[in-house]
Design a protein around this ligand. Structure first.
Ligand SMILES: Cc1ncc(COP(=O)(O)O)c(C=O)c1O
Length: 369
């Protein structure tokens, strides 16, 4: 079975982790945390990095930094992971959804302005599967309506928008370093910002809002979202070869693009003229005319030795949110089609050309019936 993803751990990661173990710096203090924060921030083109326990807690911390009031609204794509909506809801605000774009799969920026109300406080663009969101219109709306931008770049390490790295385009950006991400720490995440005030708030929030002046005296509620030095050691080792990892992702994307371009009944990822796609996960969307849904297609590929994963199910289709009174009569046709017709293919950094070619053949085989 060709797996969807496999971690790709190098010598440096092992060396740095051993160093933590030998020196006893295994918890959330230690040189690797600071170095990983500084180097990741510098790589993305931001001033401050605040490492946290995962991408979900990075988003929750970011939302805490902008101090939402109950009933405030944050505009986000429906086609994303639940972490985005959770971060908003856990901060007592209301997620307001926008459909996806048919080609980039990211939020359709032409539908944002119609969702802005007097309660809107922020926009949360999410770069989907490695392709950047069209950020300029969002930046313009944020200026016009005085909104914050919380950028979710969990899936877009090293991707670029008009020559600028994803993660450098908002007031705060959030990353995940889960095992399937381009850079991994096993579990882990980070916030980046140019604001000293947000950086300070995020550092405090991830560490139970201990006060500097009086440690066990609390004037705010925080959480324990700390990353360990052990995890940061893995991240630093990974970061030292990020160029190689991104080149590998783009190479995988290129081979799939060539191998699948003439296969009938599917659409492939795009790379807009203003974008550098890092093909975090190489997705395909089945045309409705194929009369097959993604689940049947995945089963057919599985029988041929190829593992896949379904695309996101939009937030407006989640039973838990209906139960909570959110999105009850919302419909977003593009995201609904992706949820039923989209899936992603083996995309891990250990993939060989032979495995990609075998995957393309299996897809062609299924598509041509
Ligand atoms: C776009 C996006 N945001 C946030 C997250 C959450 O990250 P984590 O799994 O590290 O909590 C993910 C996870 O895959 C993601 O894809």
């Amino acid at each position: 079975m060709i797996p969807v993803n496999e971690p790709y751990i190098g010598k440096k990661e092992i060396e740095y982790v051993l160093d933590c173990l030998k020196t006893g710096w295994i918890s959330s203090t230690g040189k690797y945390i600071q170095e990983f924060e500084e180097k990741w921030a510098a790589y993305c083109g931001m001033k401050y990095g605040i490492a946290v326990s995962n991408g979900t807690t990075a988003l929750e911390t970011a939302m805490a930094c902008i101090e939402l009031n109950p009933g405030d609204e944050v505009i986000m794509p429906t086609f994303t992971i639940i972490s985005c909506a959770l971060a908003i809801i856990r901060n007592r605000a209301i997620p307001v959804l926008v459909d996806a774009e048919p080609d980039t799969w990211c939020m359709d920026v032409t539908h944002i302005e119609e969702k802005i109300t007097s309660k809107t406080k922020a926009i949360m663009p999410v770069h989907i599967y490695g392709h950047p969101v069209d950020m300029d219109p969002i930046i313009e709306l944020a200026r016009k309506y005085n909104l914050k931008i919380i950028e979710d770049a969990a899936e877009a390490h090293g991707a670029e928008y008009k020559g600028r790295r994803c993660g450098s385009l908002g007031d705060i950006s959030c990353f995940s370093f889960y095992a399937n991400k381009i850079i991994t720490t096993g579990e882990g995440g980070m916030l980046l910002t140019n604001s000293e005030e947000y950086a300070e708030k995020a550092r405090s929030y991830r560490n139970l809002c201990f006060r500097r002046d009086r440690r066990f005296y609390h004037t705010e509620l925080g959480s324990n979202f700390r990353l360990t030095n052990l995890q940061a050691a893995v991240g630093l080792g990974q970061l030292e070869r990020i160029d190689e990892l991104i080149e590998k992702k783009r190479w995988i994307g290129d081979i799939y693009n060539k191998g699948l371009k003439d296969v009938p009944g599917i659409s492939l990822p795009v790379e807009k003229s203003w974008a550098r796609n890092v093909y975090w996960m190489y997705g395909i969307v089945l045309d409705e005319a194929t009369e097959m849904n993604a689940s049947d297609f995945a089963n057919a590929l599985h029988k041929r030795g190829v593992d896949t994963r379904p695309f996101f199910l939009g937030m407006h289709e989640q039973p838990i949110f209906h139960e909570m009174g959110f999105f009850k009569n919302d419909h977003y046709p593009v995201a609904e089609r992706f949820a039923r017709q989209g899936l992603y293919l083996p995309s891990g950094l250990t993939l060989t050309e032979e495995q990609i070619v075998k995957t393309c053949k299996a897809i062609e085989d299924v598509c041509r019936g």
